[in-house]
Design a protein around this ligand. Structure first.
Ligand code: PMT
Length: 408
């Protein structure tokens, strides 16, 4: 695991139900070597106790603006100077409004005015509140001031509604913040100036306006590779199917839905690409016909005729000026054997054999393990966090890519 020393992260917790995830977030950050201090608003303490956050962070939790125990009685200034990054998670609609207007009526809002550290917020609220024009205006104000916004994610909410408003998962927040710090401070030059295209996530092949064929890809592996390539100095384009992940910083994302759209987006940029990494779980088949109206329930059985989708990876590998091409082979049995055959069948330079069987498989999980197969080597990379695995892969890809350039 990549360790991040001396990363001082100040987490501000405001009053939403997602505050129950903050102890896990603190753990995730600390496990990666970050130092974490916590500031809580009054209402946050209704959802999670200061004692819990003190126990997981290992440091006293700050609660009050006027605290005689804090250094010189000015806790907000001391905390504002201490932080490398200020993260507000969860950030409520009320707190977003407060900082967009510049209020300073409690410890957290005051130190946000007093700090020079970058501010990141992870909003969490009811989906109607998120979509309200007032919240959207506050969001625009904050973004225009350079505040980085992670999420919110879509899905089932504590209030029973479905929509955008869930706090992004702690693992993703931790990975995004720490990889951003890596970029700021230990940006490496492995792929300096190289143009890289990564595909990620599932595709959605519509059957009718409400149904479609898709799969369990969360996009985590592809987004981790895009972030790792960016941190290695590459210019990265991420062609992504529908996922709920924040775009890694500095990466140019093209959002697509179907395999045909993904192919079109990839072919649109492949002529300028030096390295192509196909991580997306592309549907092999799509319905022959997409109905305009919702299909009505009728007989006990029904059939949907499918037609083969174009193979994006093989199409890139067949380009006259083909980039160095890397694919993934998602397999449930005879993993290496199938992966070797796939590498040859699709004419790619490297394939990552990936076990996707069962609940321990790569789909949706935070960790993954692969065997990288080229024409003359097989390199096993053990189970680890997907971002760390992505960095290992980038090192191997760079070596192999360099070899092909020497051959030219
Ligand atoms: O997104 P996560 O939840 O993090 O999960 C990661 C992952 C399991 C999706 C990822 O690690 C992975 O294995 N991706 C490949 C998924 C896949 O579709 O594998 P495949 O063996 O069916 O395809 C082989 C290769 O051809 C892949 O690089 C795929 O992107 C590509 N392909 C497949 C079909 C198609 N029509 N076009 C393609 O480009």
């Amino acid at each position: 695991m990549v360790m991040h020393k001396n990363k001082r992260i100040l987490i501000g917790v405001t009053g939403g139900i997602a505050a129950y995830k903050v102890p896990h977030l603190v753990r995730q950050l600390k496990e990666r070597g970050a130092e974490v201090r916590v500031v809580m608003s009054g209402s946050a303490q209704e959802f999670v106790t200061p004692m819990t956050l003190q126990a997981v962070s290992g440091l006293p939790v700050s609660l009050n603006l006027l605290d005689v125990e804090a250094e010189s009685g000015m806790g907000h200034i001391e905390l504002a100077r201490w932080a490398d990054v200020v993260l507000v998670a969860p950030a409520t609609a009320n707190f977003m409004a407060k900082i967009a207007s510049g209020f300073a009526d409690d410890l957290l809002s005051t130190l946000i005015l007093a700090t020079e550290a970058p501010l990141i917020i992870a909003p969490a609220m009811n989906q109607q509140m998120w979509q309200h024009p007032a919240t959207q205006e506050n969001l625009s104000i904050l973004e225009s001031r350079g505040v980085k916004v992670l999420g919110p994610a879509d899905g089932l909410q504590a209030c029973g509604e479905i929509g955008p408003g869930r706090m992004v998962e702690p693992e993703i927040i931790a990975q995004t913040i720490l990889s951003q710090n890596t970029e700021d401070e230990s940006h490496c030059d492995l792929l300096s100036g190289v143009n890289v295209v990564v595909t990620a996530g599932p595709t959605w092949e519509a059957i009718d306006p409400v149904r479609g064929i898709t799969n369990h890809s969360s996009g985590k592996m592809g987004y981790a590779l895009a972030a790792a390539a960016r941190h290695s100095g590459a210019n990265v384009t991420l062609v992504s199917g529908p996922v709920h992940l924040p775009t890694p910083s500095g990466v140019n994302k093209i959002a697509v839905s179907s395999a045909k759209q993904m192919l079109e987006a990839v072919l649109g940029c492949v002529s300028d690409t030096e390295i192509f990494i196909g991580v997306a779980a592309v549907a092999d088949y799509r319905p022959v016909q997409t109905r305009d109206q919702k299909i009505k329930k009728s007989g006990d059985t029904m059939s949907i005729e499918l037609v083969k989708n174009p193979d994006i990876l093989a199409s890139v590998a067949a380009c006259p000026e083909k980039p160095f091409t890397v694919g993934f082979a998602a397999e449930t049995e005879n993993i290496l054997e199938h992966a070797r055959k796939k590498r040859i069948a699709k004419s790619v330079d490297m394939i990552a054999a990936n076990n996707v069987a069962g609940r321990e498989g790569a789909f949706g999980n935070q960790k993954n393990a692969v065997t990288l197969i080229t024409k003359d080597a097989e390199i096993e990379i053990a189970l680890m966090d997907k971002y760390d695995l992505a960095m290992e892969m980038i090192r191997c890809i760079k070596q192999e890519y360099e070899k092909t350039r020497l051959l030219v």
